[in-house]
Design a protein around this ligand. Structure first.
Ligand SMILES: CC(C)(COP(=O)(O)OP(=O)(O)OC[C@H]1O[C@@H](n2cnc3c(N)ncnc32)[C@H](O)[C@@H]1OP(=O)(O)O)[C@@H](O)C(=O)NCCC(=O)NCCS
Length: 309
């Protein structure tokens, strides 16, 4: 017997087991996040067992990311992925969402067949934080652990970079225990835009802390690695400082650090390569139908993960 329905919080275990069968590995927290309401995970059950999934993560009613497209090896080439993707795309179309995804080598022909086209590439870098990162960027002195009071600024920075608010995702990750760092500009030394932001904050709320958040990075613990992302920053030097600081703090986790970096960040990618990061693979960033997102993508240095964008 076959059934198609969306996964709920009670299905996190089934999602992890399916991921295991296709050779991926989700931590319990990661699976709980995916099925916990930040998006819709469409699933196909056969004889009570979950055999295929595809997830749509809509942000701010404007854009969506597609991910977790998985089909049990015993049920492939029967059109299951196509059926689930069509369900995701129908939902995206009815809500007028622009859809992007990061494709694997196996998934790319399937997405092309459905009308997706490649608009960029995502470069995966890995680094062993037990090794010293060299050279160390000067701006590290302005980085510190993210505090709950920074969240409003972080959501705003992320929205400006990405083109839609991902408030609930950021809050879920932060309260779920993700590592998190912020780059704070010293009073009087920030860039032009920060002066503007500072002035308008004074004007609008009358509250001004004296320091402005110019970038942030999250570190998501996965099974054998730490995903360093999202990394969002107003300048490449700030992104470098965040990564260097995070790597130093992550030394004791003994897990490799991974970053998924968009192709357009050429200076950042060159710096990662020169600092000891190894490029592991390159995957197409594909979009369905519409023009590119409206965010200031130059400020977007690393993805949360391929499924979430
Ligand atoms: C990629 C994957 C989801 C495809 O699932 P599926 O249910 O077998 O796909 P479908 O049956 O709907 O395939 C539809 C079409 O996509 C293309 N396609 C699917 N798998 C393919 C493959 N391995 N190689 C080449 N083309 C493929 C074919 O054109 C296929 O049509 P056809 O069978 O009539 O030739 C599945 O192989 C999988 O789970 N792979 C591992 C996880 C992964 O890489 N997911 C993609 C994440 S971005």
């Amino acid at each position: 017997m076959e059934q198609m329905r969306c996964l709920g919080p009670g299905d996190a275990g089934a999602l992890r087991q399916l991921a295991e069968r296709i050779g991926w590995s989700f931590t319990p927290e990661q699976a709980a996040l995916y099925v916990g309401g930040i998006g819709r995970v469409f699933g196909l059950w056969r004889d009570g067992g979950l055999v295929a999934t595809a997830a749509l993560h809509p942000y701010d009613g404007r854009v969506a990311r597609l991910g977790n497209v998985m089909v049990d090896p015993a049920h492939r080439r029967q059109g299951l992925a196509t059926r689930l993707l069509k369900a995701c795309l129908a939902e995206a179309r009815s809500a007028s969402l622009r859809v992007c995804l990061v494709a694997t080598e196996m998934g790319e022909p399937l997405y092309r067949k459905l009308g997706f086209e490649t608009i960029e590439f995502i470069h995966r870098f890995v680094f062993d934080p037990a090794r010293p990162l060299s050279p160390q960027p000067a701006a590290m002195g302005n980085v510190r652990r993210l505090e709950p009071g920074d969240l409003r600024d972080v959501v705003r920075l992320d929205e400006r970079a990405f083109g839609a608010s991902r408030r609930s995702l950021i809050e879920a990750l932060f309260t779920g225990g993700a590592h998190a760092w912020a780059h704070m500009a010293e009073d009087g030394v920030h860039q032009d835009f920060a002066f503007g932001l500072q002035r308008s904050r004074r004007r609008m709320s009358g509250v001004y802390s004296g320091r402005v958040c110019q970038g942030f990075a999250l570190g998501l613990q996965r099974s054998s690695r730490t995903n360093l992302g999202a990394v969002v920053a107003d300048a490449v030097s700030i992104a470098q400082a965040l990564v260097a600081y995070a790597c130093e703090e992550l030394t004791e986790t003994r897990a490799l650090v991974r970053l998924d970096v968009p192709g357009w960040q050429t200076d950042f990618r060159a710096w990662l390569a020169a600092s000891g990061f190894r490029e592991e693979c390159v995957s197409p960033l594909m979009q369905f139908g519409h023009a590119r997102d409206c965010g200031a993508w130059s400020r977007w240095f690393a993805l949360y993960d391929p499924a979430l964008g």
